[in-house]
Design a protein. Structure first.
Length: 92
């Protein structure tokens, strides 16, 4: 087993379900970040909303930073759900 091996997500029903849930979370974060950037961009057309737009950009950036965090968390969890004996054999 290796990190970021998507075939590993197809081993057990529990792994498939977890993989699907994290993909939904990943997509939701992606859409949220994009929406925050779009609204923040529109706010920059109005001087009275520039501060709010800046905050939306910052929050959107935090959402974009969550994407690799979700992916890494998923891969570590899937690795832990897998067969450690199999992992040890492949290292030798």
């Amino acid at each position: 087993m290796k990190l970021f091996n998507t075939l590993r997500s197809e081993h057990t029903p529990e792994q498939r379900r977890f993989y699907a849930l994290t993909e939904i979370a990943y997509t939701a974060v992606d859409f949220s970040a994009a929406a925050l950037f779009i609204v923040g961009s529109v706010f920059f057309f109005y001087e009275s909303l520039m501060t709010a737009g800046t905050w939306l950009f910052l929050i959107g950036s935090c959402f974009f930073a969550m994407k690799p965090s979700i992916r890494l968390w998923r891969e570590i969890k899937l690795l832990r759900m897998g067969d450690y004996a199999d992992l040890a054999q492949k290292r030798n």
